[in-house]
Ligand binder design. Structure first.
Ligand code: ATP
Length: 467
């Protein structure tokens, strides 16, 4: 379906770009809006680029993904501790971590209309691989390849642009009150390392996990929710003995693949990129990016990095507080090293939608459906009376609906239009099963259970309905 004419500019430009890149992505973006998964942020006022609002189905899908992650990496293990740190942190956190000085992207400008772009993105869009290039090399590549802005004008030289959103805390507006919306959740974990050790005194290796909002003033947010200015991360800092990092890295990488499989992502669409030294953050001794074959192309879904003792070392240096871990029953003390698996919720969600989007034909009619894994589907069952003007059917259907709702929560009542239309609507939002109550139900207590993927219908006793 085409986007409606009420779409604001940023939403429209997202769609236009994708239209060229891939029709499937456009269809997913439209479905997400139309069916109440994801809307442009501040839509009613013309939008705010790089922000997205989750509708009733989107919030359910997002929470299901986040809960699955928590279950997989925290609840099912005995070496993980959860935290939920404040988004606003003391500015020293971002000075010590290096974000104030180095959390920058290369920015260039259209010299005529002054639109701004990320130089590495401009190169990539023009078929030049910017990986490993310094800013000067990127500028040289722009000149060498005679690359112009998307509006056809010459581009300026690049400068660095810090992506952190700065703010002031409290009633004074001076240097001392500066703070930032966190650009990653990781630092809220590192700053709580000592607290968790003092409260729980865990054996090494152990991890601290956090989920929550992160903010980056991306120069050019694009590709739907893939590159947003406000998004959510799910991160783990896994603390290890400096000599035991490789084993922990491999174990967390394997566990990551298991998690991605539980999201329903096909292993064929997932690729490991062993990031070469020149492209890694300077403190990282090894980084593997997990890339996914999105409709927009193969792009980073998450990354797992060996960060050495860089972060705890910085905190120790700036705060003057020891970040050493003392091995129980021995005098051995050291600053632990860290393996960091870092997931973006939006990128996981976009992969799930991309993987599950399907079109087929049923009885000569085009059908759109989402093959969402049952445990992720925002609605598990839709319950309908065959006819909504037959009180006896409606009453029975209400009973079935209430019983299922009590057990599964995410159950929808749907009595609009004919049964075929109801099935189409539920298929489009990925509801695994539709239950229909008809006259036979009143006689023998069986209902029709219709399967989303096969469209097969079976008669099942009410007590035996299961997901
Ligand atoms: P990219 O190179 O795509 O900008 P990154 O390497 O800077 O990403 P990290 O800093 O490693 O990303 O962040 C960890 C994860 O957070 C990423 O793998 C991604 O899933 C997610 N993420 C980062 N930036 C964004 C964004 N602007 N919008 C949505 N998710 C993001």
């Amino acid at each position: 379906m085409r986007p409606s004419s009420s779409l604001n500019l940023s939403f429209r430009s997202t769609i236009n770009r994708m239209n060229n890149a891939n029709d499937t992505m456009e269809k997913i973006v439209s479905l997400a809006k139309r069916r109440g998964f994801i809307y442009q942020g501040s839509d009613v006022y013309g939008g705010l680029a790089g922000t997205w609002d989750y509708g009733p189905l989107g919030v359910a899908l997002k929470r299901n993904i986040m809960n699955l992650w928590w279950q997989h990496f925290v609840d099912s293990r005995d070496d993980m501790y959860g935290v939920d740190a404040a988004i606003l942190m003391n500015q020293k956190v971002w000075q010590a971590s290096g974000h104030v000085d180095t959390f920058v992207d290369p920015l260039c400008e259209d010299t005529v209309n002054h639109r701004r772009f990320r130089t590495d993105h401009i190169l990539k869009d023009n078929g030049v691989n910017p990986d490993g290039m310094t800013m000067e090399q990127m500028d040289a590549a722009v000149v060498e390849n005679d690359i112009k802005s998307p509006d056809g004008n010459p581009l300026s030289k690049s400068r660095t642009f810090n992506m952190m959103f700065m703010t002031h805390v409290g009633a004074t507006n001076d240097e001392s009150s500066v703070s930032y919306l966190r650009p990653e959740t990781a630092q809220g974990i590192f700053t709580n390392f000592k607290n968790v050790v003092d409260s729980f005194y865990p054996d090494l290796p152990f991890g601290i996990a956090q989920q929550g909002k992160a903010f980056r003033n991306e120069i050019a947010p694009r590709d739907f929710i893939f590159r947003s200015r406000e998004f959510e991360q799910m991160e783990i800092e896994y603390f290890v003995h400096p000599e035991a990092w490789e084993q922990a890295f491999d174990e967390l990488l394997e566990s990551t693949h298991e998690f991605l499989e539980s999201l329903g992502l096909s292993p064929d669409h997932i690729h490991e990129l062993d990031v070469p030294a020149e492209d890694r953050a300077h403190y990282s001794k090894k980084t593997i990016d997990i890339e996914y074959d999105y409709p927009i192309g193969r792009e980073e879904l998450m990354g797992i990095a060996y960060r050495t003792d860089f972060d705890l070392g910085n905190i120790q240096r700036v705060s003057k507080k020891s970040m050493e871990y003392q091995v129980k029953g021995s005098n051995e003390r050291f600053v632990p090293h860290v393996i960091e698996p870092s997931f973006g919720v939006e990128r996981a969600l976009m992969a799930v939608l991309s993987e599950s989007y399907r079109e087929d034909e049923q009885n000569g009619e085009k059908r759109v459906y989402l093959t969402l894994p049952k445990h992720l589907a925002p609605i598990k069952f839709a319950v309908s009376p065959l006819l909504k003007n037959k009180p006896e059917l409606v009453e029975k259907a209400r009973q079935v609906y209430s019983a299922l709702k009590k057990k599964y929560g995410a159950v929808m009542w749907d009595d609009n239009g004919n049964i075929g239309k109801r099935y189409r609507r539920q298929d489009e939002i990925g509801t695994p099963k539709c239950i229909v109550i008809d006259f036979q139900t009143l006689e023998d207590g069986t209902v029709t259970v219709r399967d989303r993927d096969t469209t097969e219908q079976q008669r099942v006793n009410i007590d035996e309905i299961s997901l």
